[in-house]
Every structure is written in C-alpha cells, then in structure tokens.
Design a protein around this ligand. Structure first.
Ligand code: BDR
Ligand code: CA
Length: 316
C-alpha cells in the first residue's frame, strides 16, 4: 500500500499532541515533517512541546520546524486558559534532547512542496499562518498541494466568540489565504469535533493499553478535560485535532459536504467566522468540503489503534 504523504502544521496544545502521536504511528501515513507556529501558546512553547511529544514516543527522527511567532495581521491570541502556562500542562516530561531544525517552517513547506509531485496533503491543526505565508511567498506551490485538511471553523457557534473557532480567529487573514488558494480543502470544524468528547470512560479505555503513547494521552487528558469542563461544562474535552488524522487514515469516519465557505474578515463581532453556505443561498462555487457528521465509535477505535501501536518504553 502506498503511504499518504503528509505535512502536519500545529501548535501543541493537548489535542495537537494526540494528533502528532496518531500521525507519526499510522502505517498508512508518511509524516514528512512537523511545522509549528504560535497558537495555543507562544512559538517557543509550542515548538518545545512538539519536540517533547516526539521524544516521548521515540520519534526523534521526525524533523520539527519553528515557524511564525505571530499572526499575519491581527494581534497574537493564545489559549492558556485551556492548555495551561506551558501549552501542554499535565504530563511531567523528561529532560529535552530533541531540538528543532534550523530552517524556518515556511521555507521548509515551500521546499518540500516544490520537491514532490503534488501528492502531499497539508494538515493544519493550529492557526493557518505558516501555510498562508508559504502560499504568499511562493504562490506556485498551491498546485503542489493535494488537499488541505484543517481543524478549524464552525457552521454554527464558535468557541472563543459566539461566531468564531480558535484556529480561525487566531489568524483569520491566514485562513482566508488558504481557503482561497483554489485547492481541495476539507474543513473539520467544531460541528464534528464537539461530538467526540473524551469522557472518563474513554480515558479508562486508553489507559488500559499501557503503551508510552497511551500514558501520555492519559496525562494530557487529565488537564485538558478539567479545563474544558470548567469553561464549557463538557463531560470530556472535545478531541478536536486528531479528527483530521483519523479522517486521513479512514475517510469514512467523516461525512463531508461541498459548500461555499468564506472567512469573515470584518473587524466586527463575527470576525473569524467561517460562513458556510450549507443551503447554497449565495449560489457560489463550493470552496470547501465541510465535515457535517462523524462516526464517533470508529473515531475512538482509530485513536485506540493508534495509541496501541507504540511500545511500552520510549519517554526516556
Ligand atoms: C482548536 O483550538 C485549539 O485550542 C485546539 O488545539 C484546536 O486546534 C479547537 O478550537
Ligand atoms: Ca491545535
């Protein structure tokens, strides 16, 4: 079986960390590198967290690239209320050996997309700053992107404002650049990610695996589920970002519908909203395949299979 080549752009972040573990371990995926920007925490912290996760699971061979330390236009927005002071509060990490590469994430994205024959899927689970900057610097790379799969947006309510979801509101102009790049794009928004809540039963199920990855999952979810409950009242934290990777492993996990989707760039109360024209009021061409339903049972099976693939040790 030919592996799907992916670039993962993220801002760990508890749910990003789980996405990294699934992407790095999936036999059907080839993770070419992980690019990082500021988002859930400052760039320095999100890069450190990415290295921590890869070291923990014994995948120091996966290259990490630090990217943009702020959004393209707006002021920086972080999510310390959910992810804590470090961006990955909860687990106690061993001393860090793994370091990022010296090349900037944006130039790595451009270099890598240029080098391949249009068979790379770019997955973003943070603000879309790095990808947007790459598209602005080297517009010809757009045609080399097989598909953009992003966690972000919502057809209904947001999670940082009534209208907007965090990854989009953290850099709406960047999201606009990516949504208008003319490439196939799958939007995995709150409409589906809020249907996969990591309840205590899920945590117990993953704990029973007792692999290095499942142990990290349990430690991460301890903090994440507590803050999600305190802020939103959920019975468990919505495991947003890993849905993108689960979808690449098994597309049947999501039901998507083509829609015209545009980012609200007005500076009013709807700034950062993903306007998804589900009923085709505007009669405009579809710009995104929007996830409208998720097979939650299949999703948790994929998470379990992913965490089970790792050995007991690593984490040294
Ligand atoms: C998104 O925002 C971040 O806090 C999470 O990591 C996820 O990518 C959910 O809105
Ligand atoms: Ca994220």
């Amino acid at each position: 079986m030919e592996k799907k080549k992916i670039l993962l752009d993220c801002d760990p972040g508890h749910d990003d960390a789980v996405a990294i573990m699934l992407a790095a371990g999936a036999p059907s995926l080839e993770l070419l590198g992980v690019t990082v920007e500021s988002g859930n925490q400052t760039l320095e912290k999100t890069v450190r967290n990415t290295c921590r996760v890869l070291q923990w699971i014994g995948r120091e061979d996966v290259p990490v690239y630090a990217g943009c330390d702020r959004p393209m236009v707006r002021d920086k927005l972080t999510a310390g209320d959910i992810h804590g002071e470090t961006g990955l509060d909860g687990p106690v990490f061993p001393p860090l050996r793994k370091q990022p590469e010296s090349e900037h994430a944006v130039s790595f994205l451009i270099r890598t997309l240029r080098a391949y024959e249009g068979d790379i899927t770019v997955v973003t689970t943070g603000p879309m700053t790095n990808l947007a900057m790459a598209l602005r610097l080297a517009p010809e790379i757009a045609e080399k992107i097989r598909r953009i799969v992003l966690m972000g947006g919502s057809c209904t309510n947001g999670n940082v404002s009534p209208a907007a979801e965090f990854n989009i509101l953290a850099d709406p102009e960047a999201a606009h650049v990516c949504f208008t790049a003319g490439r196939p794009l799958t939007m995995v928004g709150l409409d589906v990610t809020r249907r996969v809540l990591c309840t205590p039963e899920v945590v117990a199920r993953m704990a029973a695996l007792d692999t290095c990855a499942s142990r990290l999952f349990v430690d991460l979810m301890g903090h994440f589920c507590r803050t999600q409950k305190a802020i939103f009242g959920w019975a468990g934290g919505p495991l947003h970002d890993p849905v993108t990777i689960a979808y690449l492993i098994d597309p049947a996990v999501l039901t998507t519908r083509p829609m015209n989707a545009q980012i609200d760039l007005s500076r009013g109360p709807s700034y950062g909203r993903t306007n998804c024209d589900a009923y085709d009021y505007l009669g405009l061409p579809a710009t995104a395949d929007v996830a409208v339903d998720i097979d939650a049972e299949r999703f948790w099976d994929l998470v379990e299979e992913g965490l089970a693939r790792y050995g007991k040790e690593a984490q040294a």
